[in-house]
Design a protein around this ligand. Structure first.
Ligand code: HEM
Length: 157
């Protein structure tokens, strides 16, 4: 098979897993949070954290690796303006996503403790979720912008 097509297939497939799991796990955890039921939040949180490590994490590594390989096979310079802006946006998305995983673990642990002791969700849980919510948006928006840059490949300067 043509190495270019193979790499592009991997790169696009990986972006689907990255974006799909990123948005999908966030939606699931937010839906669980809205129930305000500690046991539900703890259960869904555990699944979401696992899925984020396995799928979002691995595709998050594969994405820039396959991207750089793709650029060299396709004959693009790594200094193309649309690629440089993509690196920045991808770094921003990663910088927001990494603490989000930590916050998910914290919120899940607090919900599990509340479920075990049959007490309401503590204020620390709500502060973790507030930060989780607000860090998710820049990561999501940055990836949308990267998708556009990948598709349009504009010369920005
Ligand atoms: C951060 C490092 C990245 C690099 C170096 C990179 C590199 C590239 C290159 C060179 C192409 C052009 C292939 C071609 O059309 O010949 C491409 C296409 C593509 N990239 Fe990336 N990429 C990166 C990250 C991402 C991310 C984060 C996403 C989405 C989450 C993404 C999604 C896509 C898609 C969907 C295409 C296909 C566009 C098309 O066929 O017109 N890439 N990438």
């Amino acid at each position: 098979m043509d190495p270019y097509l193979l790499l592009k297939w991997v790169h696009i497939l990986s972006s689907t897993v990255l974006f799909g799991f990123g948005a999908g796990t966030a939606y699931s955890f937010w839906s669980a949070h809205l129930t305000r039921e500690p046991a539900t939040i703890a259960k869904v949180g555990k699944m979401v954290v696992r899925a984020d490590w396995i799928f979002t994490g691995s595709s998050g590594i594969l994405q820039p690796v396959s991207g750089v390989m793709l650029a060299s096979v396709a004959g693009y310079s790594l200094g193309e303006s649309w690629l440089i802006v993509s690196y920045g946006l991808y770094a921003l998305a990663f910088a927001c996503w990494a603490p989000v995983v930590g916050l998910q673990i914290r919120a899940t642990r607090l919900a599990a403790e509340a479920a075990r002791s049959a007490t309401p969700l503590p204020p620390a849980y709500f502060s973790a979720m507030r930060l989780w919510f607000w860090l998710g948006w820049p990561a999501f928006t940055a990836l949308l912008a990267v998708y556009w840059l990948m598709v349009a490949k504009p010369q920005l300067w």
